[in-house]
Design a protein around this ligand. Structure first.
Ligand SMILES: NC(=[NH2+])NCCC[C@H](N)C(=O)O
Length: 488
């Protein structure tokens, strides 16, 4: 991860890093911005609801859908360079202020709920050394996570920016063990274990192939979140065209690593055995091959990787409402800055929410998986509207020169949108309802921002969407209260 997330104005972050980057380093940046916690739990997360065949199909769908999204952000970055505030700015330009607001709000929710999941998985990994941390949701773990949270808070307030050199070290420290894992597991791979139940249909718990594929979708989405920030690195590229190359290279490198981690693991332990592993499950798989040092290595790699990602996503999460406040999308108070230029109010609100969710985690006994499912589902609004905006530009011809080819971008935009809608379906009702609860309160802040800037609050269509959102939120709160759904 790097600080140069989508909403971080490039100049501010990179003033110090004036050296221009080539394809290699840019690719490392792209990979670094994607790899956080997800990969370390892939063996269990993927096998929990799917056999080898469905996992293969799941990666294939993800490859196509995510690549479409990559092209969407690339084409938007070149066509609408002025909108470099990221996904919400595209959604706003394409579909009006209310949709724009919800994209910013959703991206923000995803960022900070993702951080809650990070805190949980870090302590779940540490429980290998200190068993009291359990699955990262014991009181000891939540206490530890809270200390980590406010420590990071203090660092950010003090004006910390991730130095390029730290990024390089963290990226190497997290990628090297993953590559080692793939190598060791490839050698120990047993085809007969892998093909034991190729279709997964032998295990009645898994259900049809479609059901199995669906079960992998939030997981594969989660591991690629961060890819949208790649276009922001353009300011750091020596040649602008290098960034496109680096994004695609970074994408395929991660896809290969992710695919191999999840698929090769099925040749070490069977699907039911993987499904029963504790996360980070890469640790359990490597331990099965080489003994305890395998688990120790992976657990340490996870802590390094996720603490680094936690810092980056904290900076990014605080930056989102801050940037959105500047253009009137969010209330002005989110834009307040400390003397050091840190978006202190936004940071404080963000981390108070993380803290509140950590407490909820303790009482609801929430798992890492449930938390990152919420973060994945929440990001779909900005993703879908980015795809739709790219398609809209290609359809109307806006920002295209006469005779310029529009078929490719139109196809990518439509594909990304369809992929996003399929993910909404795959997320399932429990997580959609949970998102409704988190999105609905946003309306108050939207109204606030519109009043502050003396603008009309809702157009009729927007009012209808808002009303539907409130209704869904209320229904969701009721269903959770009476126990019909339990997304946590
Ligand atoms: N804190 C967050 N919102 N992180 C989102 C990025 C998730 C990242 N792809 C991972 O695997 O960890």
């Amino acid at each position: 991860m790097t600080t140069a997330g989508i909403n971080v104005p490039i100049g501010k972050v990179t003033a110090a890093a004036a050296t221009k980057l080539r394809v290699g380093s840019l690719t490392a940046l792209v990979i670094g911005s994607m790899v956080g916690s997800g990969v370390f739990s892939l063996p269990q997360n993927m096998a929990a609801g799917a056999g080898p065949l469905a996992i293969l199909i799941g990666w294939a769908i993800t490859a196509v859908g995510m690549l479409a999204l990559v092209f969407v952000y690339q084409s938007l970055a070149t066509r609408k360079p002025a909108l470099d505030a990221g996904p919400y700015a595209y959604a706003k330009a394409g579909f009006g202020p209310f949709i724009g607001f919800n994209s910013a709000w959703g991206y923000w929710i995803s960022a900070w709920v993702g951080n809650v999941s990070y805190a949980v998985i870090v302590f779940s990994a540490l429980s290998y050394f200190f068993p009291a941390f359990g699955d990262g949701n014991t009181w000891q773990a939540v206490l530890g996570a809270s200390i980590l949270l406010w420590l990071v808070h203090a660092l950010v307030l003090a004006g910390i920016r991730q130095a390029a050199i730290v990024n390089v070290i963290v990226t190497v420290a997290k990628i090297a063990p993953i590559v080692l894992f793939v190598g060791v597991v490839a050698v120990a791979f047993k085809l007969d274990v892998w093909s034991l139940d190729f279709s997964g249909l032998g295990n009645a718990d898994l259900g049809s192939i479609t059901a199995q594929v669906k079960s992998t979708m939030m997981v594969t989405l989660w591991v690629f979140i961060g890819i949208e920030s790649a276009s922001v690195f353009s300011g750091r590229a020596e040649h602008r065209k290098d960034i496109a190359m680096a994004t695609v290279l970074g994408f395929f490198t991660c896809l290969a690593l992710y695919g191999l981690v999840s698929l090769l693991s099925l040749g070490i332990l069977s699907q039911p055995e993987l499904a029963a592993l504790k996360n980070p499950s890469m640790a359990g798989v490597l331990e099965a091959v080489v003994g305890p040092w395998g688990a120790i290595l992976i657990n340490i790699a996870l802590v390094v990787s996720v603490v680094g990602a936690f810092l980056s996503w904290t900076l990014l999460a605080a930056e989102i409402p801050h940037v959105a406040a500047k253009d009137g999308t969010m209330p002005k108070f989110f834009g307040q800055e400390s003397e050091r230029g840190v978006p202190s109010t936004s940071l404080l609100i963000t981390n108070l929410l993380v803290q509140a969710f950590l407490v909820i985690t303790l009482f609801a006994q929430s798992t890492y998986q449930a938390l990152f499912y919420i973060a994945s589902a929440a990001i779909l609004v900005p993703y879908i509207f980015s795809g739709a905006y790219a398609a809209k530009l290609a359809l109307t011809g806006e920002s295209y020169k006469g005779g310029e080819q529009r078929g490719g971008p139109l196809f990518a935009g439509l594909l990304a949108t369809v992929y996003g809608l399929w993910l909404v379906y795959a997320a399932g009702p429990a997580y959609l309802f949970m998102c409704a609860i988190l999105y609905a309160p946003g309306i108050v802040f939207y109204v606030w921002a519109r009043r502050e800037t003396n603008q009309r609050v809702f157009h009729p269509a927007e009012a209808a969407v808002a009303a539907a959102l409130v209704a869904a939120g209320v229904a969701a709160a009721y269903l959770i209260w009476n126990g019909s759904i339990s997304p946590l």
